[in-house]
Design a protein. Structure first.
Length: 111
């Protein structure tokens, strides 16, 4: 987990899940206080994760993957501004609190 600060205030956080082999799934949560600098924050965070070295001295991660609901257009625009590539979608993967289904949109970036 990575926390983002503006002075002493937390303005967001991010984490990886499903770290396997040479890839992981990315999750971002950025508060309004940092939205004007969100792209810079995201690029720095991704660069940080891609800089991790294993015991053998080689890079641990080559690919980062993001999966988000189709309705989250703000998240789609954000990862596109980070330079991520749209891979595709999985129809009806997510279910909201009312039981409605939403497509999952998949993006990735490579080191």
């Amino acid at each position: 987990m990575v926390f983002f600060f503006d002075g002493r205030n937390v303005v967001g956080f991010a984490w990886l899940s499903g770290v396997t082999s040479n890839f992981a799934f990315v999750h971002f949560c950025l508060f309004k206080d940092v939205w004007g600098r969100a792209v810079e924050v995201g690029i720095n965070c991704v660069d940080y994760w891609f800089s991790w070295l294993g015991a053998d001295g080689l890079r641990l991660l080559d690919i980062l993957i993001g999966i988000m609901p189709g309705f989250n257009h703000r998240a789609h625009r954000y990862v596109e501004k980070l330079g991520w590539t749209l891979l595709g979608e999985i129809p009806r993967m997510f279910k909201d609190t009312e039981g409605n289904r939403e497509d999952a949109i998949i993006y990735y970036t490579m080191r």
